[in-house]
Design a protein around this ligand. Structure first.
Ligand code: ADP
Ligand code: MG
Length: 686
């Protein structure tokens, strides 16, 4: 008897070779196989009369074979061609198969068959090309069904997968339903075992929809439970209240090199208010690229430091951590002791040449009040006894758990949390997902900014390099961003290097060019960026490592090569590296693609400069699926559910809250607990 945990080799028809292919797909057991859900379905329940066939549409034909013969190709002898004629009451059509000579062994004139395929009209006239064929009397996998279409897999045909799933399907009856019965009935959800059967071979479209709903629900519930439990744990803990001393804050704000915008002042005020409480703040600062989130963070950090507590600021890249460290150092002018700690860098503002040990000790003794760093901060060896505030910059780059680890540094008191992001998560989605995380928005850009003028161009058009040359005459600087070309060249090193050679010896040879990519040693990276910042370099030729956060206001031109390779969110982030001063900036999106949907996407960037508006447009263009920027939002990738299933998310959230209200630790729901814990672990990982 096949059970859910039976090895895949036990499934009828799986030999060692097939088992190996399946294992490569991560399918080792029967349950794995059943979890390999179709990406879509094709409704093959209705047949089309031959007279009404349309070219290029997949149709099902029911008719009688008039003829089937196989022969070798005339010119290409290695190809075998099987030809046939099929008729129904309305007409006759020609059928051609390539390299399936065995068909003549199975099918003969006079057979009644189903054909599933596409009608093409080429030099040989209208014909069905390589349709799937099934005899009327036999057990059918195709015709008359709602056919599952699986993710294309190397070495396995759709038909093979369907046959395997069919053999494994009886085991689905034994799938335990981990959802509490009361939830299942109040939410009117299909039983899990039925849903598994229906998702593969639906008996009707409504049943397919119900199966999808059930499986999505199952995916979202553990995630919601994990999130809510995390929130509840935070809410139940204590934080150091930080007094809001208004005159101190005002004095510090007056030392800033610019006046805060109204939005910046409001956000700062909301944060400082939150931190006066004895429960940990959970706030999300959302502001488009260039809106000035860093300075809001700086005010909060300063306030905490002034009251003798420590803060940690987490950034996703070394480059960004270094930049924040330098920015804060400049703003505080020695009044606060701060440190930088990444995998490769360590520095403290009160002494030059401090060792890593000096930095760690300074943190442990509380001599250093603010530490800026990367993942390195999560290391257990980093101790922050007075930690009262954690700021996560570009929060979409981190998992929930990473924030959590940092918040748990301090066993007794939980620090306040400020997450910052430029990802325009729609408000409803934010509330559903983050629940207790209260949003503050920076809607306006600092005064004097003009939108970045954006133009589509091609690799042969030299307008971009001309603009770079011209602008540099006026003392302005430029970025040239190269895409990641091959997967093996993960960091785009070779693309950027080749482009650097070409530009610095060719069109931009009169300028000082620098090369930046992720593989450079940290010191070198820092040097290049510093040279760009201090304008010893005019043009920075780089991989997308500059995507997040880099702030060099004197750069006003950006050329993004192979722009079609980037997503809209990423392009918007990249483009945000320019337009950071009152000088008008310009961004060229170079592409040689002729893919119309790719071009449409790029054209949207020509007309829309606002991140929120872009997000909406992106959503409109794609309909559903991956919401703008969500792919990089630090949230789990669901298999079936999508973060755009807002209504379902709300429902799941309500159910999750209800379950936890009755049974906060899920003691009475052990299966749910197991799944939730697994989801929690998934949240923690990158
Ligand atoms: P982001 O929100 O993308 O992190 P930053 O904090 O890097 O933006 O700020 C972008 C630039 O705008 C920085 O050079 C910063 O100094 C500047 N800036 C921030 N706030 C103001 C302001 N109120 N007036 C003028 N310039 C500002
Ligand atoms: Mg930033």
């Amino acid at each position: 008897m096949l059970t859910l945990t039976s090895p895949i080799g036990d499934v009828h028809g799986v030999g060692p070779a097939t088992a190996q292919k399946l294992t490569r797909l991560g399918i080792a057991t029967v349950i794995d196989l059943l979890s390999h859900v179709p990406i879509r379905h094709e409704d093959l329940r209705h047949t089309t009369p031959i007279a009404r066939l349309h070219t290029d549409a997949t149709s099902v034909i029911r008719g009688r074979l008039q003829l089937v013969t196989s022969r070798r190709g005339y010119r290409r002898r290695r190809i075998s061609i099987t030809e046939g004629l099929i008729s129904d009451k309305t007409g006759t059509v020609k059928v051609v198969w390539f390299n399936q000579p065995y068909l003549t062994d199975h099918f003969a004139p006079g057979d009644e068959v189903f054909l599933v395929g596409r009608l093409v009209n080429n030099a040989f006239g209208p014909q069905l090309q390589s349709p799937l064929i099934e005899k009327l009397g036999e057990k059918r996998l195709l015709a008359g069904r709602i056919l599952p279409i699986y993710r294309a897999t190397e070495g396995l045909t759709q038909r093979q997968i369907r046959v395997l799933i069919t053999s494994a399907l009886p085991a689905a009856r034994k799938v335990p339903d981990w959802l509490p019965e009361e939830v299942r009935s109040s939410e009117r959800l299909m039983a899990l075992s039925t849903a598994v059967a229906e998702i593969h071979f639906p008996t009707s479209l409504p049943k397919l929809a119900a199966a999808r709903e059930r499986l999505k629900f199952d995916e979202l519930l553990p995630f919601m439970l994990a999130t809510l439990r995390l929130d509840a744990a935070t809410d139940a803990s204590s934080a150091h209240p930080i007094p809001f001393t208004e005159d101190h804050v005002r004095t510090f704000v007056q030392t800033l090199p610019f006046t805060l915008t109204t939005d910046q002042r409001r956000a700062t005020w909301e944060i400082l208010q939150d931190m006066t409480k004895a429960t940990p703040m959970r706030r999300l600062l959302e502001g488009d690229v260039g809106s000035g989130k860093t300075v809001v963070a700086a005010v909060a950090l300063e306030s905490v430091a002034r009251h003798g507590f420590q803060s940690a600021m987490l950034a996703p890249t070394d480059i960004l951590a270094r930049q924040h460290y330098d920015t804060l150092k400049n703003l505080y002018k020695g009044a606060v002791t701060i440190a930088l700690l990444t995998g490769t860098q360590h520095e403290r503002s009160d002494s030059t040449g401090a060792s890593r040990h000096d930095v760690m000790t300074g943190l442990d003794k509380g001599e250093i009040t603010i530490v800026v760093g990367t993942h390195a901060l999560l290391n257990k060896k980093v101790t922050l006894p007075n930690l009262a505030l954690v700021i996560v910059d570009e929060q979409h780059r981190f998992g929930v758990e990473q924030r959590h680890v940092l918040q748990r540094k301090n066993a007794v008191m939980v620090p306040h949390l400020l997450s910052m992001t430029a990802t325009p998560i729609p408000r409803t989605l934010a509330l559903t997902l983050y629940g207790g995380l209260k949003p503050s928005f920076l809607r306006q850009l600092p005064p004097g900014r003009t939108p970045v003028e954006t133009h589509l161009t091609s690799s042969t058009d030299d307008t971009a390099t001309h603009t770079i040359l011209e602008r540099s005459q006026h003392g302005e600087q430029a970025y040239v961003v190269c895409p990641l070309i091959e997967e093996s060249d993960e960091l785009g090193v070779s693309a950027a290097t080749v482009e650097f050679e070409r530009l610095s010896h060719g069109p931009l040879s009169t300028l000082r060019c620098g090369l930046l990519h992720g593989k450079l040693p940290p010191k070198e990276k820092r040097r290049v960026l510093e040279e760009f910042r201090t304008h010893t370099i005019d043009v920075l030729i780089t991989t997308p490592v500059v995507e997040v956060g880099v702030d060099i206001p004197n750069a006003t031109v950006m050329l993004i090569e192979g722009a079609e390779r980037f997503g809209m969110a990423q392009l918007h982030q990249l483009r945000g590296r320019v337009g950071r001063s009152s000088a008008p900036s310009i961004c060229f999106l170079a592409t040689d693609s002729d893919n119309s949907s790719a071009l449409d996407r790029l054209r949207v960037l020509e007309t829309i400069s606002d991140g929120f508006a872009l997000a909406e447009e992106d959503l409109k263009q794609r309909g559903r699926g991956d919401l703008y920027g969500i792919r990089q939002s630090g949230l789990p990738q669901f298999n079936m559910a999508s973060l755009t299933d807002l209504d379902l998310m709300k429902r799941v959230r309500t159910v999750a809250a209800g379950l936890l209200a009755d049974d906060p630790d899920l003691i009475r729901h052990p299966m749910l607990k197991k799944k939730t814990d697994a989801s929690f672990r998934a949240l923690h990982l990158e």
